[in-house]
Unconditional design. Structure first.
Lengths: 554, 355
């Protein structure tokens, strides 16, 4: 009986559709996700295309006068920041996760607070503090007659400030890894005769390595992408060179060339991060609900741990925040005027629109992936959320080139007077989407994955499908995830500097742009006012992050 | 009512269902029983409409609902489902969950139906509660009420009691059976637990490797298993080697058994395949062997498991073969002791030995 029918030719037994009651082929959700991936893919492809067809004259100039300095500066920066954030992040994570000392509970969450400060804010505060005319230098000079201060405007200064701003990435992932292990493994090592402090190096550290690496790579990605900090320090890297090539030398091809080289470095880091993340599972698989028996530090060990934590917390968060508050209060009377309402309004509008767009696209992407989890779909989603690795300067150039081309085509085609796309809000928002889609995609995807397939099927068996199912089941269940996506994207866009600077319509100054303009003139006090608003808004998602990472354990 | 005709399904090159056919009458409760990976869940999902059928056909109320290339979507089938994890909507109250599939009714009718359903499952007081505030058993009943509210033509239950503890499982399975019988619902249950199947179902299909091995009432499955797999899977027991003497008699080491020899060894003139003297394996259930101190037949206690009311003894026969027996627990014998046993077999179940 089941002989010849087991391998039917599909067409030969296909019954005719009897009316509309039978499903026809549904429109592929992939069609909805493909354009989203293009927002990220087109800039990359356009820039890499420039690398394949280099302009000889520009290339020669770059190679002779620009690249040696950029490569050396970037290499030192990556090396220094990498070492620094590893040292700070891992040591503090281990102290707060595995040891006990005065203030441990406070430092455990407080050491995450620097996440709320954009690196360029920390940078200008420290520059202002240690400047010859700054408050610290003046006080030392006038009170103690000390004329020497560590030279902050140096390679070491940039690295130090970046380390202070970026160590929380490593701290966060390393701490999660240490906590995820639970006490069992170090106990096992102890029972085999390995003392506890050696067990850290022989068991805990190797096991936490994938987590630490993932955090380190995120920090390095931020380092390579950073534009604000290095411009405050006048430290030339690829991002500042791209900006200068475009806005000072008006050479878009040179900017594109530099951006293409930077993409190369960034992708190496992104690939390493992906590898580390995929291996991180073993560190988390042994998650135990048991509280680890902490190593109680005594006398100078305890005070050493306290001093170390307090110093990092003070330098990375407390001092900058207090200084900003002080400066902002000082200039508030004279500086706060109607223009500020404009800066704040534009920041709010851009961040709000951008966050809505990011959350909306993230929902489309995650939902399509749920409906049709094919390999093509996974790949598309991956491409779309790869933008978090792309520096803002690179994206700005990569989006401007195709948009300018499109504008020219439109001008030729319809005889338009001028460009209609370049320099519009739309292009700016698209660039934000490319950069921050991953920020929104993460929470939405994990929120959707918590809705089991049987919930979908339950609704379907009760006759509720399609848009009605989305509205009655998925959106209500996703509310928290969507809010998270909105909040995270909102704050990231608010802090964002290079995309805003390079793609904004004429006159569209935001709070971040104001900070940039004031700092490039050395007006630290006046930069503090817009910075204070950015920091206050940034504290919200940091609070959320702390709540979500900490309440599971303490 | 529900009919499956030569239904087959495969994922890639791997066949999951091979030629499944059965039917349920209106009001009947059926069950697909089998180990995990036997294809029972796939069969359920095909009937529900969550998967597209590759070959064969499924009929509901004499109307084809699935055949290759033409498949009525799940939301139009009017087939209710109770999921293994209940799949209650966490953001809706119990009443809203139950009323979820009643969007086509006017508000008053809808509320009446919700009340009626909550009354049926005894959860009237929990109407305003959210799913996470309920116990597992209560969630189970909400899931049942939600599935029954739109008056489905057929109710499917996917391992409905597997998330509950054993005591509640028995109580609830009888309760659910009463509700289904009271409402005259045609239902199909899928489970790997034979106690659940026996407690709920009128008729059970034992499945293995994508095929229905036997489709019969529980009593028949236990006492007249159609093949070795069913004999092994249902209940406990061991096989002892035997020899066919005639179509009415088979000899094993414990004596000569009288009764019809089922299967391919039975025909009017002795064994149909090899004639008289064919080698068979005879199924011996624990309840086929009685403890009798007066019996001359002796066996050595090799292992024992205390079950409260009774002991399950593993006995070693002089030949070295082992049999199981259930003995009231006041007969406490030590391991190594020899005890008297006697055969008490109603149905002889024998299969041809593997050569």
């Amino acid at each position: 009986m089941p002989g010849p029918e087991m391998n039917p030719v599909p067409t030969s037994i296909r019954a005719p559709f009897t009316g509309a009651r039978f499903i026809s082929l549904p429109a592929s959700p992939w069609l909805a996700t493909f354009p989203i991936a293009l927002i990220t893919a087109i800039p990359v492809v356009v820039l890499l295309g420039h690398l394949l067809h280099p302009d000889q004259a520009i290339w020669h100039h770059l190679w002779q006068f620009v690249l040696p300095e950029l490569l050396a500066n970037t290499a030192w920066l990556v090396l220094g920041v990498g070492l620094g954030v590893s040292l700070l992040g891992v040591s503090l994570a281990w102290l707060t996760a595995a040891c006990d000392y005065p203030g441990r509970r406070f430092f455990a969450w407080a050491l995450l607070l620097p996440l709320a400060l954009p690196a360029y804010v920390t940078a200008f505060v420290w520059l202002g503090l240690l400047d010859f005319t700054g408050p610290l230098a003046t006080w030392l000079r006038e009170t103690w007659g000390i004329h020497w201060l560590p030279p902050i405007r140096s390679r070491g200064g940039v690295i130090l400030v970046m380390v202070l701003a970026l160590y929380p990435y490593v701290y966060l992932t390393a701490r999660a890894a240490f906590q995820g292990m639970g006490p069992r493994l170090t106990e096992a090592a102890q029972s085999l005769g390995v003392p506890r402090w050696r067990a850290f190096f022989r068991v805990a550290l190797p096991m936490a390595r994938p987590g630490i690496t993932a955090g380190l790579m995120l920090a390095l990605m931020e380092t390579l992408a950073d534009f604000g900090t290095v411009s405050v320090f006048n430290y030339n890297t690829f991002t500042t060179a791209i900006y200068k090539a475009w806005f000072s030398m008006f050479s878009l091809p040179a900017a594109a060339q530099l951006a293409a080289i930077l993409i190369f470095f960034v992708f190496v880091v992104a690939v390493l991060e992906n590898l580390a993340r995929s291996r991180r599972s073993y560190a988390l698989s042994t998650r135990s609900s048991q509280m680890p028996a902490r190593i109680a530090l005594k006398s100078w060990g305890a005070w050493g741990a306290f001093a170390w934590s307090a110093a990092v917390f003070g330098l990375a968060f407390l001092v900058p925040v207090v200084q900003i508050a002080d400066w902002a209060a000082g200039v508030y009377q004279q500086d706060f005027d109607a223009r500020y309402l404009g800066f704040a309004w534009r920041s709010l509008l851009l961040s709000g629109l951008g966050a809505l767009l990011v959350a909306g696209l993230a929902l489309v992407l995650a939902y399509a992936q749920r409906l049709r989890p094919t390999p093509a779909m996974q790949f598309t989603a991956r491409i779309a959320s790869l933008g978090y690795a792309l520096p803002g300067t690179v994206l700005a150039v990569g989006i401007f080139i195709p948009v300018a081309w499109l504008d020219n085509q439109l001008i030729d085609l319809f005889g338009l007077e001028r460009q209609v796309l370049a320099g519009t809000l739309l292009i700016m928002l698209l660039a934000y989407c490319a950069r921050f889609l991953a920020v929104g995609f993460g929470p939405v995807e994990s929120g959707l994955s918590r809705i089991t397939r049987s919930v979908d099927e339950a609704a379907q068996s009760l006759g509720v499908v399609g848009v009605r199912r989305l509205a009655r089941i998925h959106l209500p269940m996703l509310r928290a995830s969507l809010l998270t996506a909105l909040a995270l994207a909102f704050v990231d866009i608010m802090k964002e500097l290079p995309i805003t600077l390079m793609t904004r319509p004429f006159g569209w100054d935001t709070l971040a742009v104001r900070v940039f303009e004031m700092t490039s003139e050395g007006e630290w006090e006046r930069a503090a006012l817009p910075a204070a608003v950015i920091v206050l808004v940034g504290l919200l998602p940091t609070y959320w992050l702390i709540k979500h990472t900490e309440h599971a354990h303490t | 009512m529900l009919t499956l005709e030569h239904v087959a399904q495969s994922y890639g090159a791997k066949p999951v269902l091979k030629d499944i056919s059965f039917s349920l009458r209106a009001g009947q409760i059926g069950c697909l029983l089998g180990p995990s990976g036997c294809g029972k869940t796939t069969a359920l999902r095909l009937i529900a409409g969550f998967e597209r059928i590759k070959s064969g056909a499924i009929y509901l109320d004499n109307e084809v609902i699935a055949r290759p290339g033409a498949c009525l979507p799940a939301e139009k089938r009017r087939v209710g489902l109770v999921f293994q994890d209940y799949a209650l909507f966490p953001h809706l109250t119990v009443a809203a969950n139950v009323g979820f599939g009643l969007g086509h009714l006017a508000a008053a009718d809808r509320n009446n139906r919700i009340e009626e359903m909550l009354d049926l499952v005894g959860l009237t007081h929990e109407a305003g509660a959210y799913p996470h505030q309920l116990s597992g058993g209560q969630q189970q009943r909400v899931a049942l009420a939600r599935a029954l509210a739109p008056r489905p033509r057929l109710l499917l239950l996917d391992e409905p009691f597997s998330n509950l503890d054993v005591e509640l499982r028995e109580k609830l399975s009888l309760e659910v059976r009463d509700i289904l019988k009271h409402e005259a619902i045609t239902a199909l249950l899928v489970t790997h637990d034979q106690h659940e199947a026996f407690a709920m179902a009128d008729v059970v299909g034992v499945m293995n490797e994508g095929q229905i091995q036997q489709w019969a009432p529980p009593y028949t499955l236990y006492h007249e298993p159609a093949n070795r797999f069913v004999a092994d899977f249902i209940g406990q027991g061991v096989f002892l080697p035997g020899e066919v003497l005639s179509d009415k008699q088979v000899a094993i080491e414990l004596g000569v058994l009288d009764g019809r020899i089922p299967g391919d060894c039975a025909s009017s003139g002795g064994c149909a395949v090899c004639g008289k003297g064919c080698k068979v394996d005879v199924l011996i259930r624990p309840d086929d062997i009685l403890h009798d101190d007066a019996s001359p037949m002796q066996a050595e206690v090799e292992r024992k498991a205390f079950r409260g009311a009774e002991f399950l003894y593993t006995l070693r026969l002089p030949s070295g073969h082992r049999v199981l027996t259930l003995v009231p627990s006041h007969h406490n014998h030590a391991i190594g002791e020899k005890i008297g046993i006697r055969l008490d077999i109603d149905h002889v179940v024998a299969f041809r030995s593997a050569e």
